[in-house]
Design a protein around this ligand. Structure first.
Ligand code: BES
Ligand code: MN
Length: 446
């Protein structure tokens, strides 16, 4: 086992690069600087581009005519760690238990992007050069919607021009099963704030005469779904592309069942839109989710208060061909139409990302599947879509005009965005093999 690879992976994990937290901006920048140093040490020409928020790291080898140009994208930012008390070890002190590394970012995305970096490092050490013209693009705002990356792509179009993009920031359907992802959901985020009286009130003195913002936001949020789990926003499903017959059949045969979802999630039972399987619900159907809701007294014991305000944080997962701008307008109109009497609703827009789907049987898609099969031998390659979002992927297509190959390494129980996020070292080393096989396979297509 190569211990320098693990030492460096752990070093990378120790940066608390939480992009959403303004207090962590210095840590995010330090992480970018460390990454830049690492890539420079490989002999890659590396630039750390400042943005209005977190820097973008770009590294390239010497590009030569006649070789294909491959961009590998990833992100060095991570999600917040709370509820931190549910971690068994501190989130930024990586620990290995039974061959599995636990830390925030272990899987999403530091472990996966760092496996590619180590693959590149090994190839350069052994062969002196890579089989392709390489562009590594590693950003620090993926977990907050990649707001500054689109402009960056537009202003650096020439130097970022490439034949295709590869990303390892998705999942493997099961341990040891090489997995090619050909679709991602998009996303639209909103924050709701419901206000009522000018100040918190005694609920005995005024309750009954003044509307309660916490009760009101519960009604507004509840208006999003009907009893069958369908989204009740008028026109929400208008542009949704139906699931193809071959997909329904293929997904039903995948090594992942409702029992697995129950086990991994610990939910008492599954629930979702009628008429669809769980994989169909998460991969190819849109959703409305409440990420957080609050207002009023949250302390120990009771307090008879009528809160002056309440909030909710919502995200909507979108599927082809739902475009965030259009769908989110419909959602806002619906929310405004469901404000109960006596309160005011303020809606602020958040980040958005478009859904993506590509052809798994394209020459590059097939090359990627061969590389996956070499890196994770023994099982057939699973073709899947995913419910998560990587907002920049469709933007790559729009601005750079290229398709993206999604070669995920995270497992269903990796606890991404949750306490005790983890990544098996086996997958980290598999990711190194994948990078090497992938660049060879892609180079061979011309
Ligand atoms: N790696 C994930 C995306 C992902 C997760 C794809 C699981 C497929 C399966 C990525 O880092 C992520 O979490 N993206 C965010 C984007 C959002 C904050 C704009 C997401 O999907 O919530
Ligand atoms: Mn993530």
């Amino acid at each position: 086992m190569d211990s320098s690879a693990l030492d460096e992976y752990f070093r990378f994990l120790r940066f608390p690069s939480i992009s959403t937290d303004p207090e962590r901006a210095g840590d995010v920048a330090a992480c970018a600087a460390w990454l830049g140093g690492k890539l420079t040490s490989l002999g890659l020409v590396t630039t750390i581009h400042p943005t209005p928020r977190h820097p973008i790291v770009v590294a390239r080898n010497e590009h030569r005519p006649g070789r294909r140009t491959v961009m590998i994208y990833g992100h060095y930012d991570v999600q917040p760690v709370d509820p931190v008390e549910l971690w068994t070890t501190p989130p930024f002190e990586p620990r290995v238990t039974d061959g599995v590394c636990f830390a925030r970012g272990a899987a999403d995305n530091k472990g996966q992007i760092f496996a590619h970096i180590r693959g590149i490092e090994e190839t350069l050490r052994e062969k002196g050069e890579l089989p392709v013209n390489l562009i590594l693009l590693i950003e620090g705002e993926e977990e907050i919607g990649s707001a500054n990356l689109e402009d960056f792509l537009a202003t650096h179009r020439e130097e970022l021009s490439c034949d295709l993009i590869a990303i390892s920031d998705t999942g493997m359907i099961a341990k040891g099963t090489p997995t090619f992802t050909y679709g991602l959901r998009g996303i639209g985020a909103l924050e709701l704030r419901v206000t009522g009286p000018a100040t918190d009130l005694h609920s005995g003195i005024y309750g009954g005469a003044v509307a309660n913002p916490a009760a009101a936001i519960a009604r507004i949020v509840a208006s999003l779904h009907d009893e069958q789990g369908r989204i009740a926003v008028p026109g929400f499903y208008d542009e949704v592309v139906p699931i193809e017959a071959w997909e329904r059949e293929a997904w039903a045969r995948l090594p992942f069942s409702d029992a697995d979802i129950l086990r991994v999630t610990g939910s008492p039972e599954l629930f979702g839109e009628a008429g669809f399987t769980s994989l169909e619900r998460t991969w190819a159907r849109p959703t409305a989710e409440v990420n957080g809701i609050g207002g009023g007294f949250q302390g120990v014991g009771t307090k008879t208060v009528l809160p002056r305000e309440a909030f909710a944080k919502l995200t909507f997962r979108l599927v082809p061909n739902q475009w965030p701008d259009d769908v989110m307008e419909k959602v806002k109109a619906h929310l405004r139409a469901h404000v109960p009497p006596g309160v005011k609703l303020e809606i602020t827009g958040g980040h958005a990302g478009e859904p993506y789907v590509t052809d798994p049987q394209s020459p590059d898609g097939l090359a990627a599947q061969r590389a996956l099969a070499q890196a994770f031998p023994g099982k057939p390659v699973a073709l899947i879509r995913e419910g998560g979002s990587i907002p920049i992927v469709n933007t790559f297509k729009r601005i750079l005009g290229v398709e993206t190959l999604l070669l995920g390494l995270a497992l269903p129980d990796c606890a991404a965005h949750a306490p005790n996020e983890n990544f098996p070292l086996e997958n980290f080393f598999g990711g190194i093999r994948l990078n090497r096989a992938l660049l060879d396979e892609l180079a061979a297509i011309n």
